[in-house]
Design a protein around this ligand. Structure first.
Ligand code: IVH
Length: 690
């Protein structure tokens, strides 16, 4: 009885879910839906033996973090050839018609999200895999289950026992704006565009987070032995009947004129869609024609994408203002009359630097074209000279810092102007402190921009080292703080002394030393003192450190005021050393290695492996060295020397084999403990694409 009720509830809920999220015509109220869902939840809780991963109760996701297994696609996920030119598109059509005569095409929107492949076995969602490299992708099934428009069980009949359906996971503009609003409020980096947001969300480890972000999924391509017999238009219709969300905007076209008309129409109409699109995909309809046309190594010859030019908007530039970053870099900003662009309202655009303004001759009061690239901030691409006022004058770039009045400088090879008053310019000081306390650096909580400005204005904090001299009594009288939050802040500051060295290094805010570089430097030099003493040559030996970064590091440590701050941070007990490396095995105990050339992993990573397995790294080949690990493009001199001295040479694979004997043994015992059954990741179905 109970089992039947569970089944009935699942079927009912899925149906209403479909009506709401796919068909957009709900038949019951949200209240009624929630009541049924709760009834199902209660029954499932009482009867865990009847749980089912495809139950609608799992659409809310879970807080458990999941690792994404890499799995092989049953049918490779190819890409599409693409073009921005109608002439090239016409050539594509002409070529097909020369070979095949007149054929039918299906024109579809090109959805701008992240590709997904869904597998259905016996009408049930079996797994969802990202595109990855086209051969294999990440298994993101738990996350995809939370997307309400993805059917967990299919409706109707006639679906093959096993097939895949490909489509796009999208983030509608409304969800995107909401998400970015929340991120900005929380002081987190907003996503640059809905595509990145969709891709980033799919890789979230907690599916409950995915469930809340309002993703959508639209399907456009079937793959599988049986479905490849169907014409595309029929396949789309069938998929719609099985409960998939298939766009209503596709169209069967029979001539070049009809294709061109579809493109013209949608280049305009797409601006009214609630989700992003970036072109039109044109596919041959007939399955037999598709088979005859076949594939190139990367893409089908029966389909192509025509990409729209980025959307532009024309609006007035009212004023050019300037931002001063924590490094003193000046960024000019265009303040615009608000205008709609690619689904969002744009009020500001970046102007990059003085040269850019001069190059386009951008002036205040001009009508300008704004465009959205991959970045979150739109840019100005041109001025509408016809609309320029007769009395307009060329823009004069500022000569002094808008914050502190210090004359600006330009460093060699840099397009930007800088305010050199590092220790007197309020915005730079506050910016450096804010950078230092960031989550990815020292992760000090409770201090927002306003509080840091207050601390600076009241003379309590002039640099990052001052933070560690603060106490709650000093903080609590500040406006909007109070005793409790003052204590919390102090606690968070004290806790931050244990942050790993690489994050402290990032937090110092050395110009051009971002998170990754800080990590590489910490890995390479292992202590702040060794980094400080490093010569330019030694710095350049670090992976990813070029001349620009090396010079910036030297410049940082050459400044007396920075050294003073560093000494005070040391006294406050911050970590100046990288953590001890774990020893994974003693497979290489007593052996010394020279690493030379390029490898599939970074050289530092390789050196770390050597040490983790008890080996020792040495810089140069000599008679006492045991092995030379030879990578790509290793200097011929080293090879000769090694040969002469009889030093054994190893390829990367041979080295890996050397350490993996012990590793494999360790892993096996772990796996055995976790997984009693062997998971098989082979292709159960062999066949060609579509
Ligand atoms: S068909 C073998 N149809 O565009 C062809 N792709 O540039 C499979 N895309 O990876 C793709 N909308 O992520 C197809 N209506 C549509 C599409 C579409 C967006 C994406 C897809 C693909 C990429 C190729």
């Amino acid at each position: 009885m109970v089992k039947e009720r569970i089944e009935a509830l699942r079927a009912t809920l899925e149906r209403h879910n479909y009506l709401y999220y796919v068909e957009n015509r709900p038949e019951i109220s949200d209240f009624e839906f929630d009541r049924l869902l709760r009834e199902l939840q209660d029954l499932e809780q009482a009867h865990p033996e009847w749980d089912d991963p495809n139950s609608p109760t799992h659409r809310v996701g879970s807080d458990l973090t999941s690792e994404f297994r890499t799995v092989k696609h049953r049918f490779p996920m190819l890409s599409l050839g693409n073009t921005y030119s109608l002439d090239e598109l016409k050539e594509f059509i002409d070529r097909i018609e020369r070979e095949e005569g007149e054929v039918e095409y299906v024109c579809e929107l090109k959805f701008d999200g992240t590709a997904i492949s869904l597998s259905y076995l016996d009408g049930q969602l079996e797994r969802a895999v990202t595109r990855g490299d086209g051969e294999q992708g990440d298994d993101v099934t738990a996350n995809v289950r939370t997307i309400r428009s993805v059917p967990l069980r299919l409706q109707g009949e006639g679906w093959p026992k096993l097939f895949e359906i490909r489509g796009e996971v999208l983030m509608p503009y409304a969800s995107f704006d909401k998400l970015n609003g929340e991120r900005e409020e929380a002081g987190e980096q907003p996503f640059a565009n809905p595509r990145n947001a969709a891709a980033g969300t799919l890789k979230q480890q907690a599916s409950s987070v995915v469930a809340r972000r309002g993703l959508d999924c639209t399907l456009y391509q079937l793959a599988g032995d049986e479905v490849q017999q169907m014409n595309h238009w029929e396949a789309l219709k069938a998929a719609r009947k099985w409960g998939f969300k298939v766009s209503e905007h596709g169209r069967l076209c029979r001539s070049w004129e009809e294709i061109a008309a579809y493109i013209t129409e949608w280049d305009e109409r797409r601006k009214t869609l609630p989700f992003p699109t970036d072109g039109v995909v044109i596919k041959v309809n007939d399955a037999a024609v598709r088979r005859r046309l076949g594939f190139t190594s990367k893409a089908p010859k029966w389909a192509v994408a025509y990409k729209f030019k980025a959307e532009q908007a024309l609006t007035r530039l009212n004023e050019i203002t300037f931002q001063v970053g924590r490094t003193g870099a000046i960024t000019p900003v265009a303040n615009l009359d608000p205008v709609q662009l690619a689904g969002t309202t744009v009020k500001r655009a970046t102007l990059h630097n003085a040269e850019q303004i001069a190059l386009l001759d951008i002036r205040e009061g001009d009508m300008v074209y704004v465009e959205k690239g991959g970045e979150i901030i739109p840019k100005i691409t041109a001025v509408e000279l016809k609309e320029r006022r007769a009395d307009s004058e060329p823009f004069q770039y500022i000569k002094v810092c808008p914050e502190c009045g210090t004359p600006l400088v330009r460093y060699e090879g840099e397009a930007k102007h800088y305010c050199p008053n590092q220790n007197g310019c309020r915005v730079q000081i506050v910016g450096r402190i804010l950078h230092f306390i960031r989550r990815k650096a020292m992760d000090i909580e409770g201090l927002g921009e306003e509080t840091v400005e207050l601390l600076h204005a009241s003379g309590l904090v002039g640099n990052v080292a001052d933070l560690y001299d603060l106490n709650a009594v000093q903080l609590s009288p500040l406006p909007r703080l109070g005793e409790k939050s003052a204590e919390n802040i102090i606690r968070s500051i004290r806790r931050s002394v244990d942050v790993p060295f690489q994050r402290l290094l990032f937090g110092l805010g050395i110009r051009f030393v971002g998170e990754t570089t800080a990590k590489q430097l910490a890995e390479h030099f292992r202590s702040l003192d060794r980094l400080r003493m490093a010569t330019r040559e030694e710095l350049l030996e670090t992976e990813e450190v070029g001349e620009k970064i090396a010079d910036s590091i030297l410049e940082y440590f050459a400044k007396e005021e920075n050294l003073l701050i560093i000494e005070r941070l040391r006294a406050a007990g911050l970590r100046f050393e990288a953590e001890e490396r774990k020893t994974a095995s003693d497979a290489l105990a007593g052996k010394s290695f020279v690493v030379s050339g390029k490898f599939t992993i970074s050289r530092d990573e390789l050196k770390r492996l050597i040490e983790e397995h008890g080996g020792r790294n040495v810089a140069a080949v000599s008679g006492s060295v045991d092995y030379l690990i030879a990578g790509d493009k290793m200097g011929p001199e080293k090879r000769k020397k090694a040969e002469k001295l009889g030093v054994k040479m190893l390829s990367e694979e041979e080295f890996m084999a050397l350490i993996s004997a012990t590793e494999r043994a360790e892993q096996r015992t772990e796996e055995e403990a976790q997984q009693p059954e062997q998971v098989k990741e082979e292709n159960p179905v062999q066949g060609t694409l579509f």
